[in-house]
Design a protein around this ligand. Structure first.
Ligand code: GDG
Length: 501
């Protein structure tokens, strides 16, 4: 499909290096995005993945590569290749940046400021405070780190004769495309944004000079990709209202000088075959048996949520809605359990640490109010255990996804594929997945606790045939729109723009 070389950029890469008693170790990155992009990079003759050096050993490896790239064999056991490989390989370029600049880039601007703006998480009365420290962190952190990564991408493009397809990922790198285009005018470039893109007024919380630079940076791309039409439209509106550019809202086009930038939507998805394989393992079967025993004997029912402890996921209001459900339907007490598998996330950010404490307090209060026969209705587990999550996906009666805002939400799609119990998707209208799966779901309004309680009741009491009909339709949608399709649609568009198809 691709005759041109490919350069990928993401903050976290396909592998990371560490050291133990036996020497250097190599671990493959987890998650659907890394798997999908790794699969692509492994199958191309000339692809390189630019990413951050995340560990001490990554920095050592980057030093040994003298600012260039290394080749890593990814299976059966991952290792750096010096000569010929006897398995699939990925070329990796690890970028090392000044630790203080990286901290400003990552822990001041990317998370939390950009994350909070794009998920609408600020209570504007008191936050954010953009002081001189944030201005400095933007200049010497976000912008400086973006420049370093852009230079690494440009080096790799130049090493390939100045013409390559470039795929940039996410909110960490909004300034990269513009600089890569300056340095390598012949690139064809897509920047994919994995989180929501809010309307222009939401961006006005940032100083004009900064939001304009972020937009101009992204407009260095040929294509700016989003999960949904709504986000793509917001982006085009931002170009019109915040930069005064000419736009075509129907066709989602922005005119920048003599160039046309396209906003497109490519809904990310999951790898159904990989999920089916995990579901078939003994480890998952053992978890299923344990969960059935704990939650599903007789006519009991199970509500599930699986999330990082991120305020955007709206965990606290989800529990408040469950508490309201039990208050208003006491017949469900002792009959319905709520299992929450939460992965602690970004605990160095004060808002995240506070949020975990709040979750604990709300759960304790609801459990105290509704314990029956020694049984507590909410089982909260801080667990990093993907097989356990898949086991729970397969047997839950309801999956609760009530995000305040969520780019897509892959948990919803994973449940649609692996659930075997006619599980109901209780899905926030503000999750990207709602654009595709809303018609098969029970819609949640993330701020309306009463509505969410009513929706949970509707899901739990929905006739069995209707539950199975909706789940089958959702599963069909996901299986026919998998992560491979997400990637190939982007590559097809890029190849067209490059004049290769
Ligand atoms: C961002 C955007 C967008 C679950 N338990 C464990 C575990 N998981 C997996 C889930 C799922 C993934 O983690 C979470 O993905 P989400 O899409 O739900 O959410 P974010 O992490 O916020 O992802 C989001 C996504 O990027 C892709 O573009 O959909 O909107 O916010 O696959 O099954 N993974 C591991 N251990 C667990 O215990 N490793």
């Amino acid at each position: 499909m691709l005759d041109l070389p490919l350069v990928l950029l993401s903050n976290r890469g396909p592998v990371s290096f560490d050291r133990d008693a036996s020497g250097r170790t190599v671990t493959r990155g987890a998650g659907g995005l890394v798997s999908a992009l790794s699969g692509l990079a492994e199958h191309l003759d000339d692809a390189v993945w630019v990413c951050g050096a995340a560990t001490t050993e990554d920095t050592v490896v980057a030093g040994e590569a003298l600012g260039g790239s290394i080749v890593v064999q990814t299976s059966p056991s991952p290792h750096v290749v010096e000569g010929d490989a006897d398995g699939p390989t990925i070329r990796v370029h690890l970028v090392v940046t000044d630790p203080a600049a990286y901290a400003d880039f990552y822990s001041v601007w990317s998370n939390p400021i950009l994350w909070f703006v794009q998920h609408g998480l600020y209570g504007r009365a008191l936050s954010p405070n953009i002081t001189q420290a944030e201005h400095d962190a933007f200049e010497h952190g976000y912008a400086a780190v973006n420049r370093a990564y852009a230079d690494a991408v440009a080096d790799e493009v130049r090493a390939r004769g100045g013409k390559a397809l470039v795929l940039l990922q996410d909110y960490h790198f909004y300034l990269v495309a513009e600089r890569v285009r300056e340095l390598c005018p012949d690139v064809v470039l897509t920047h994919f944004v994995h989180i929501p893109w809010p309307s222009p007024d939401e961006w006005r919380v940032l100083p004009a000079g900064i939001r304009e630079r972020l937009l101009r940076g992204l407009l260095g791309s040929d294509v700016v990709g989003f999960h949904t039409r709504r986000y793509a439209r917001h982006f085009v509106l931002c170009a019109q209202e915040l930069l005064g550019l000419d736009v075509d809202l129907d066709n989602l086009l922005v005119t920048v000088g003599d160039r046309t930038v396209r906003a497109r939507y490519y809904p990310i998805s999951v790898d159904p075959a990989a999920l089916d394989a995990i579901l078939g393992t003994e480890e998952v079967a053992a978890h299923v048996a344990m969960l059935r025993y704990a939650f599903l004997d007789g006519d009991r029912q199970l509500i599930l949520r699986v999330d990082r402890t991120d305020p955007s996921k709206n965990v606290v209001r989800g529990f408040l809605a469950f508490g309201t459900l039990l208050d208003q339907h006491p017949e469900l007490v002792g009959k319905v359990s709520f299992l929450a598998l939460l992965q602690p996330s970004r605990t160095d950010v004060p808002e995240y640490a506070d949020y975990i404490a709040l979750i604990g307090a709300v759960v304790a209060e609801i459990n105290a109010r509704h314990t029956k026969d020694g049984q507590q209705p909410i089982d909260l587990r801080m667990a990093e255990d993907f097989p356990l999550a898949v086991a729970a996906y397969s047997i839950c009666d309801v999956i609760m996804v009530n995000a305040i805002a969520d780019g897509m939400n892959l948990v919803t799609k994973e449940v649609a594929v692996v659930n075997r119990r006619g599980g109901v998707l209780a899905l926030s209208e503000n999750a990207g997945a709602h654009e595709e799966l809303g018609e098969y779901s029970v819609t949640l309004h993330p701020f309306d606790v009463q509505q969410m309680a009513d929706a949970l009741y509707e899901a739990l009491t929905m006739p069995v045939e209707e539950r199975h009909r909706r789940l089958a339709a959702a599963a069909d949608q996901v299986r026919t729109h998998d992560v491979g399709r997400w990637l190939s649609e982007q590559l097809d568009d890029l190849a067209r723009l490059a004049g290769y198809s």
